[in-house]
Design a protein around this ligand. Sequence first.
Ligand code: PPS
Length: 563
Amino acid sequence: MLTADPAGIPSASGLVDLRVTPARAAALLAGLRTARSVDLGWRQLCDLELLATGACSPLTGFMTRGDYDSVCAHMRLAHGTLWPMPITLDVNEDLASALTRGDMLALRDAEGVTLAALTVEDIWRADLAAEAEALHGTSGRDPAGVAALPDSTRPWRVGGPVEVLQLPIHHAFRRRWRTPAELRAALAARGWTRVIAFQASGPMHRAERELTLRAARDLDASVLIHPAVGLVPPDDPDFYMLVRCWEHMLATYPDGVADLNLVPLAPRMAGAREALWRAIVSRNYGCTHVLIPPDHAAPVKSHAPEIGIEAVSARRMMFVPGLDAYLPHDEVPAGQATRDLSPAELRALLENGGEIPDWFSFPSIVRELRHTHPPRSCQGFTVFFTGLSGSGKSTIANALLVRLMQCARRPVTLLDGDIVRKHLSSELGFSKEHRDLNIRRIGYVASEITKAGAVAICCPIAPYDQVRQEVRALIEPHGGFVLTFLATPLEVCEQRDRKGLYAKARAGTIKQFTGISDPYEAPLDAEVAIDTTGISPDDAADRIVAYLRQERYLTDLDEYPNE
Ligand code: PPS
């Protein structure tokens, strides 16, 4: 247990630092040349950094089986210290079976740089259902939290002490990644003896600012915006948006009241255990108090004396227009109207380009949100055709391409089947496996185009539902996905037989031909479905444009009057 010094901040004397001296690092590196290694995933890198810097004090490595079992069963390490969260290194079965007690294991980043050495003390197979039960209170079903994790843990675990050669490097927002020791020193230099952690989980707005300022006033303390950013890897634009929003928020606080420090902690969505774990981490960074959502405040409060940080319930703040002020919901005078904006309402306002009221947020933060979540009329999108050979995909795609390029508001790329097969998939044939790979490649390119705010038009046959859905899931987070099913019947396609392929397929010269000797799964989730039997390519393109307008991806600005 860390003890509180008289000034209030828990004493740094118990803070673990797993970084070794340069001489030891050189010796370790030499020894690791012949050792087995593991490339850490994003969650594991976060765990390693927390361990390395002492943010997880008193842990000195990845947990051994004794600690793990005890933490799962009793929320305590084997020797009795309160610790709510398993911090284990999961590996694949091959590595687990190749290791023996006493081995050194090199822990490397994604580029293969050795960051740390683990001396193997334990190798075991965890019971994932029992672990889920302990953490989430459920077994047999997949709690939302587990599904939301960046990468779920594998059953094989390796435990033992860790020696750190170098910390994972943060290239962005470097001054916001102070280690617990560095932050404690900074707090002490400012004379801050009472510090409340606010573990922001999204952009902060006026309600959160009022909440923290009120708590700071009530407790005569300073505020540390202390978000866990381990769920958003640094290649995710949301990470940059979030940190910029917190920076803007920090600038709105009165001088000398608040600070911001990022925590490389990958959330487990484990309710009360998680709240307790994060409270301990905030304590290790030097905080004396932590604001916690009311549903999890009780368990943290009950353990407060033991962990050395006090939990403060975060009350819901409401804007009271009559008083032009924010008040906790249970302090709003009777008869006063209140205003609030739910996350769904905020999302809808951003999507539609609606006005976000001043009472809700600050212009600098709203600008960031608008930049990262532009209205649909400024987002990229993909029109993904699917249909049999001869159903009209390429002809209609070309008509649509011209219609969109006429306005020149967004760059447009046509990923035609032939072009893709020539440039991206020249080695592929028409087996299911190859077709799926072809579609995945198209989906990847289209998602990058969509992410960049441009338009991708794709027109493969894409006969299989499962991979079409994968592509949808890849693209939708970045913009629109319009699955356009050309439902032209096989007889019509075969009658057209522009390339003479159906005749060859019937004759058996072409094998695995879609519709003849290979399946086509008609989509049930198409945004637009067109049977081109009796409709011109221009009219078909009109139908797609009408859909894009209806969904607000296109506006009047995108339309050039053709008539
Ligand atoms: S897939 O299934 O989506 O990967 O196919 P795709 O990349 O769109 O390629 C389809 C075009 O390849 C020609 N072709 C065949 N199609 C289907 N089955 C077989 N066995 C086959 N062999 C060659 C055909 O010309 C398709 O073009 P379109 O434009 O659809 O007629």
